[in-house]
Design a protein around this ligand. Structure first.
Ligand SMILES: [Zn+2]
Length: 125
């Protein structure tokens, strides 16, 4: 398995912890196929790239070079005050913990840190 694919699979499994994640079924199917050796990076990017915050988060998780070319599929969500500011993220309150999750939509419940199971804190850009 490529390093990129491994990084994407790690990111997908953490996104599953996000209560507002609208792609639960897609994510588990991608993870199952990816773990079985199928190349799923592009498909994952296409799916998650529909949400700008998720894309920014993912880019930070797996490195910018890999998804530089995937931007073309991005279409901004219908705008308005309901959209979270791009780059808003949830962070773990425990010191030293580097877990983060993207803000998927405004008003969503705080996800729990995948490592510590404590509610995460929103960091606004
Ligand atoms: Zn944590």
């Amino acid at each position: 398995m490529s390093e990129e694919q491994a990084a994407i699979l790690r990111a997908l499994s953490r996104l599953e912890h996000h209560p507002a994640n609208p792609w639960k079924e897609e994510l588990s199917s991608l993870q199952a196929r990816g773990s079985a050796g199928e190349e799923i990076s592009e498909e994952a990017m296409e799916l998650l790239g529909r949400n700008e915050n998720v894309l920014i988060w993912l880019r930070g998780e797996i490195g910018a070079s890999l998804i530089g070319g995937c931007r073309k599929g991005f279409e901004p969500l219908p705008g308005g005050s309901g959209s979270p500011a791009a780059s808003d993220v949830w962070l773990c309150p425990r010191s030293g913990c580097r877990e983060s999750l993207p803000v998927i939509r405004e008003g969503e419940d705080a996800p729990k840190c995948p490592a510590h199971k404590v509610p995460m804190i929103r960091k606004r850009s």
